[in-house]
Design a protein around this ligand. Structure first.
Ligand code: NDP
Length: 452
């Protein structure tokens, strides 16, 4: 079969890229029926073409510590596909970043961006630089050195990066400053900028808010809502914080947060005041989530135990889960615990947080499972809206952007239903729905544009 043949080739070409192969496998397997029903895609060999990036840049990033030590990190930018718009996708700074991780993220980004209804191609970038424990001056020097090379490949109509793990407002500011100085132009070359100099309302909130809106849309199909629902959240960074904020606003009760060292479980729920503490802890003091349990007696902290074959956080009783940390944080066993302990709504703020075994468990249990490609597309959607505002040299109000975000999340949900709903079983497979809807838009554009 065509899908299997292409998968074999992709596997043989990059056998040392497990995350990338996992992402391609997940998309292609769910496309199999659709491809068979639509032979034009096979005829033009769209699958093999879409799995190979347009181009990849790998570069040295030298920088100096405050003590004068010379460090060398690696920078990567993968421009995957620009069939429907300029390349667009975040930059991740984390020691685990390598070509496999950047390619998996870039590949996912192609279809996610297509789902947003906005004209954006797919890309991703990053570095194995670890901003944790670095001074502001060190982070600035690193960002300047990173941009001293990256600027050659990006531009407001070419490729527009944004933030991701380890890249927030501070890093975007330093990178924007460096780009502006080198090119002597003030353009919308990066999104996630501060609102005072070109950023959009709701961009920091967008991924978390969007994941909650998506959960709300899924619940509506069962005549239900988030009101009163106990929710698990992993992570405590940008996505986790604004997921918690929106959940609280909608009357739900987040009870967990985590970082790479461990998780807190707050039986009384994370409320607005406790969330303000987390935001100060994580965004200003850059401390560890363990401190939450020292501050609030209602919470218990559990350190990460690498010898366990599961994460006890995912065994906490709840109705909804919002994985918002990193890839493959929910394995098959975690997924079984979640289903057993009452979770029936999963909206993925993170990219590919569930392993293939975990996804299988969710689909078999026929629960409401919103994969990252659809559920976390709110971030890049508001990035797209930031690009529009920059081009127009206009600012939309907070309310206007939030309304557009809500509309986009509803439109993404609708597309998932269109291709993922099965009348016989009365169940929506959002994985299939998101993959087919995103793929169709990109593949049709590729067909229109010829063999390039
Ligand atoms: P942040 O850097 O703000 O926060 C990341 C959080 O996840 C931190 O709490 C971090 O803990 C934890 N984390 C990161 N890596 C690991 C790891 N290997 N093991 C355990 N915990 C980890 O990143 P974001 O909130 O921006 O991103 C979170 C997820 O959401 C990512 O998967 C990202 O790709 C995805 N995403 C983000 C978007 C955005 O707009 N920011 C858009 C769409 C998706 P610690 O501090 O200990 O490292």
């Amino acid at each position: 079969m065509y899908v299997d043949e292409v998968l074999k080739k992709v596997n043989a070409r990059d056998p040392d890229q497990p995350e990338f192969l996992q992402a391609v496998d997940e998309v292609f397997v769910s496309l199999a029926d659709f491809i068979e029903e639509n032979p034009q895609y096979q005829k033009a060999n769209i699958l093999e073409r879409v799995a190979e990036p347009d181009r990849t840049f790998i570069f040295r990033v030298p920088w100096e510590t405050d003590d004068g030590e010379v460090m060398v990190d690696r920078g990567i930018r993968v421009q995957f596909n620009n069939a429907i718009g300029p390349y667009k996708g975040g930059i991740r700074f984390h020691p685990s970043v390598d070509l496999s991780i950047v390619k998996f993220l870039g590949f996912e980004q192609i279809f996610k961006n297509a789902l947003t209804t906005l004209p954006m191609g797919g890309a991703k970038g990053g570095s194995d630089f670890d901003p944790k424990g670095k001074s502001n001056a060190e982070v600035m020097r690193f960002c300047q050195s990173f941009m001293a090379e990256l600027y050659k490949y990006i531009g407001p109509d070419v490729d527009v990066p944004a933030g991701d793990i380890g890249v927030g407002a501070r890093e975007i500011g330093y990178m924007f400053g460096a780009y502006k100085r080198i090119r002597n132009e003030f353009t919308g070359v990066l999104t996630g900028k501060n609102r005072d100099w070109g950023g959009s309302h709701i961009r920091p909130e967008a991924t978390g808010y969007g994941a909650v809106y998506f959960a709300d849309e899924m619940l509506k199909t069962r005549g239900d809502s988030l009101d009163g629902k106990v929710c698990l959240i992993s992570g405590s960074g940008n996505v986790a914080q604004y997921t918690a904020e929106k959940l609280i606003q909608l009357g739900a009760e987040p009870v967990t947060l985590s970082d790479s060292s461990g998780f807190i479980y707050d039986a009384e729920g994370v409320d607005e005041d406790k969330l303000a503490f987390v935001m100060e802890l994580k965004n200003v003091r850059r401390g560890r989530i363990e401190e939450y349990a020292r501050e609030f007696s209602s919470a218990k902290y559990t350190a990460t135990d690498p010898t366990l074959d599961h994460n006890p956080m995912w065994a906490v009783e709840a109705a909804c889960a919002f994985p918002s940390a990193t890839q493959n944080e929910i394995n098959g066993k975690d997924a079984e615990h979640m289903v057993k302990n009452g979770v029936f709504v999963i909206s993925e703020g993170a990219n590919m947080p569930t392993t293939p075994e975990g996804v299988e468990v969710f689909l078999e249990a026929k629960i409401l499972y919103g994969p990252g490609k659809a559920a976390n597309a709110g971030g890049v959607s508001v990035s797209g809206l930031e690009m529009s505002q920059n081009s127009l040299r206009l600012f939309w109000t907070r309310q206007e952007v939030d309304e557009r975000l809500r509309g986009i999340m509803a439109a993404i949900h609708e597309q998932c239903m269109m291709y993922g709903y099965d009348e016989k079983s009365n169940y929506t497979n959002y994985v299939k729905g998101a993959n087919v809807a995103g793929f169709k838009k990109v593949a049709d554009a590729m067909l229109d544009q010829g063999l390039v």
